[in-house]
Design a protein around this ligand. Structure first.
Ligand code: LMR
Length: 398
């Protein structure tokens, strides 16, 4: 019955975690998956999440009922404020549709299904390289996937001129999938002036921008990291935004995120909202409640919200400090090599440019696991394992 079905091609990120877990070496180091680790190599529960859980548990016990198809109202509103700003005119005008989603991946899937159904001739353009799951999600929704130039592996710079040139030639209503901040996998982000230029091209060419934001607050700040989203929204562009709270709330297993769509007017809003509800109902009926209640509790309470902002800021600073320590050490040992990229990249990831052989060497000789594109997760580095990592980098670069 099943002999002709496709063979499972393992996931390039999750499979590395599986192999890491199977490795019995005591000194093994996991720099693969994008998870925040503290200096002890643990992923802590955020204090604000702990407080929210405690307080939610104090509420009178009730049955776990179905949420509305689109998710919790205040949770959805909180997402809009975080992404578009507290005083966003678009929120006041009721022009943003936001639905609760099963993580950021779920939001991408809802957006991709919506686009495939309503714009069947549109193809998507992803950055080269991009997060592997972007490609799978859009492909499995039936959308053709193409790539726009993004990153020069040799000099580790963004190929902005080529990117813009490509966008200027795209057919109308092409979908362009972009990373708001902490580009995954390169860590190389566009500047504000580059986003301004892209916004202009998107407008002139009538493209469909789709911005994915999974690391808001981990590059520069909660507001600066969504510059692209606010700029495109202000420019009056119809815009798709998928957001994830896995990393910035440490709610990886709760699978909690959202999809927002900026509409031109109220009647478009009703159409888009209705279609998204149709899609949700036909895939999983309605979303799970746990993660949304926690995030809603924190984001709608001024004190907890500020405490949470400080917790994200702490993660951001720790990641940047590791970058600096790694950079200083490598520069001292190998003064003729250029490690500036470590300081210029943002967020959890750094793109080393290591070849498949070098990646295998890291794993075999140093018990260090990184994914096959050469991306490393900076937050997996700590004061106890950094020496081993530096030795490995030096061995590769010598
Ligand atoms: C990553 O890129 O490592 C994370 O976003 C986790 C995942 O699901 O791939």
């Amino acid at each position: 019955m099943f002999k002709n079905i496709d063979i499972f091609t393992d996931d390039p990120i999750i499979s590395v975690v599986d192999e890491f877990n199977k490795d019995s070496r005591k000194n093994k180091i996991n720099l693969s998956i994008g998870i925040y680790y503290d200096n002890n190599g643990n992923t802590p529960q955020l204090k604000t999440v702990g407080k929210a859980k405690t307080n939610l548990n104090k509420l009178p016990a009730i049955a776990s009922l179905y949420l509305p198809i689109e998710g919790l109202y205040n949770y959805r509103l909180a997402i809009q404020k975080l992404l578009f700003g507290f005083n966003s005119k678009l929120i006041k005008e009721g022009r943003i549709v936001t639905v609760q989603s099963i993580g950021g991946s779920g939001a991408l899937k809802l957006g991709a299904d919506f686009l495939h159904h309503n714009f069947p001739n549109s193809e998507v353009w992803c950055s080269d390289p991009t997060w592997d799951n972007h490609i799978s999600i859009f492909m499995r929704s039936g959308i053709n996937v193409n790539y726009y130039p993004y990153f020069n592996i040799k000099n580790k710079e963004i190929k902005f001129t080529q990117l813009l040139k490509t966008f200027k030639k795209l057919p109308k209503k092409s979908i362009i999938l972009m990373h708001s901040c902490c580009h995954n996998p390169t860590g190389s982000d566009l500047t504000q002036s580059q986003w301004d230029q892209i916004t202009q091209v998107v407008k002139n060419r009538n493209l469909i921008p789709f911005i994915d934001v999974a690391y808001q607050g981990l590059a520069n700040s909660m507001d600066k990291d969504v510059y692209a989203i606010r700029t495109m929204a202000k420019a009056g562009l119809p815009l798709f935004v998928s957001n994830s709270f896995s990393k910035i709330f440490g709610l990886y297993g709760d699978r909690i995120g959202g999809l927002s769509v900026v509409c031109e007017n109220k009647s478009d809003y009703e159409l888009v909202f209705g279609q998204l509800k149709t899609i949700i109902r036909s895939i999983y009926s309605s979303p799970p409640s746990n993660g949304a209640k926690i995030v809603e509790y924190i984001l709608t309470n001024d004190i907890l919200r500020n405490e949470w902002l400080n917790e994200v800021e702490f993660m951001r600073k720790r990641i940047f400090t590791i970058r600096k320590i790694l950079f200083n050490n490598l520069k001292n040992i190998l003064p003729n090599k250029n490690f500036n990229y470590l300081l210029k990249q943002y967020g959890m990831f750094s793109y080393t440019g290591f070849s498949p052989q070098q990646i295998k060497f890291l794993r075999d000789e140093f018990a260090i696991y990184i994914i096959n594109t050469g991306r490393i997760c900076i937050s997996g580095i700590n004061e106890y394992n950094i020496k081993q990592i530096i030795n490995a980098f030096v061995a590769i670069n010598n």
